[in-house]
Design a protein around this ligand. Sequence first.
Ligand code: NDP
Ligand code: GDR
Length: 374
Amino acid sequence: MSTIQKTAFITGVTGQDGAYLSEFLLKKGYIVHGLKRRSSLFNTDRIDHLYQDPHVDHRNFFLHYGDMTDGTNLIRLIKEIQPDEIYNLAAMSHVAVSFETPEYTGNADGLGTLRILDAVRLLGLEKKTRIYQASTSELYGKVQQVPQSETTPFYPRSPYAVAKMYAFWITVNYREAYGMYACNGILFNHESPIRGETFVTRKITRATSRIALGLQDKLYLGNLDAKRDWGHAKDYVRMMWMILQADEAEDWVIATGKTTPVRDFVRMSFAEVGIELEFKGEGVEEKGYVKSCSNPKFQLEIGTQVLAVDPKYFRPTEVDLLIGDPTKAKTKLGWECKYDLPALVKDMMQSDLKLMQKDQYLKDGGYQTLNYFE
Ligand code: NDP
Ligand code: GDR
């Protein structure tokens, strides 16, 4: 039985989701084109295992330079690639950083989405090209109702979320105005061993590994009370693809349906290396201490302080509670999560422990290691 080989264009291919999605689509037999930014150093760590020598025949993975703020570049690329599916994952994706760079965030995350949609329209590809827009649970922002579903009203709480709200509605508008197959996946937080190092989960699993190995003394965090619905990125990229295979273009919530405070994520990460923590104090005075250490490999004394709150990580406006209702995706598309939170924490901790052991060898050999804890 012969099947027609599909072509996908992924913006944000060098990011966490772009890397997992590329792998997923290549395994499905797609030709994958990715948009990467020019940077002064290589920025392709997450996709280096997929890289193909440009001088060999029969390649199915291509990278193109470009930027979400450069409309002519996007039009030219989409014209050349003629994609069956576009996954618009590129974004300045850090909520706290968006308060520092609000105009750029609006341009890349909000107008960038318009540039993709309008390129497809301009090129007359409305009936050929399906578009996935990376929408976010940050749209819900200030808690109005839980669990949050496709019908929950939005109340964005950061320049990032406001930009993504424009992107959400312009996607809906182009679907309704021009009959385009364009969908929003409203994804709740999803993490993995290749999560960016400054998002809270990865910051925690990296620091926990470093503290256990004696490479770092303390972990500084902001709001420990924030609650997030955390899933595994591998489960979520599968859903991006499923969304574009559905008969009708719609918007979908993807979440686990469970929520956990940041403090408990810390607790679970330390538990993975046999360290039990106890928390004392409140607000900015809260601290975390070693209560017991059952793993003889790690020499942490009982009572050692390993966690402190630094108010510099507080946000001007916070999103306190996210918990998604994925009923629609489960019933209409048959989506299921393979990873629960303990499995996610285990996966991240195993990976970061290995990574930090490398740092330990380097340090023991007299080499400098990365000492950046943002
Ligand atoms: P990452 O931050 O890991 O990746 C973002 C990607 O966008 C990177 O490839 C980055 O390039 C690229 N990028 C940033 N700005 C530009 C620009 N101006 N032009 C071109 N490319 C750009 O994010 P994730 O993989 O975690 O998330 C993917 C998408 O999903 C994002 O849009 C995010 O906002 C959204 N999202 C993520 C969730 C999550 O929990 N992970 C939840 C809900 C939505 P570079 O590598 O060069 O920095
Ligand atoms: P979020 O993820 O803002 O939900 O956005 P992040 O991991 O940055 O924060 C989650 C919660 O943890 C609290 N927090 C800290 N956060 C960071 N980064 N660093 C800290 O030291 C720290 N201490 C406490 C935060 O205040 C927050 O409440 C992510 C991104 O991937 C977005 O692109 C995506 O849209 C949403 O998830 C869904």
